[in-house]
Ligand binder design. Structure first.
Ligand SMILES: [Zn+2]
Ligand SMILES: [Zn+2]
Length: 99
């Protein structure tokens, strides 16, 4: 007996295995991140976006970093897609609760 290559999987199984599983790109902060009120996007800390250094206007409490809201820091939750911002007073920043 000559052992050949292991048998190929049935065609259907191969196709099924090749089908990409739809996994949404969830940032690491998911579970703590607020959702953007415009489209329900998972918001991101501004640190990881290009908006981190621009001033924000909190869409919940109307706080303005330019007016020294929360010490004037420009860090906040942001949805780049919808241009929606939430300050860390309205929703605590990730890790702030000591988790
Ligand atoms: Zn706010
Ligand atoms: Zn959004």
């Amino acid at each position: 007996m000559i052992a050949g290559a292991p048998p190929a999987p049935p065609y259907e199984a191969a196709v099924r295995a090749a089908t990409p599983v739809l996994v949404p790109p969830v940032p690491a902060a998911v579970g703590r991140a607020p959702l953007c009120a415009k489209r329900g996007c998972v918001m991101q800390p501004s640190d990881v976006t290009s908006a981190s250094r621009s001033h924000y206007f909190c869409d919940r409490c109307s706080g303005r970093s330019a007016a020294q809201h929360l010490g004037g820091s420009t860090r906040r939750w942001t949805c780049v897609r919808c241009d929606y911002d939430i300050c860390f007073k309205c929703h605590p920043e990730p890790g702030a609760t000591g988790a």
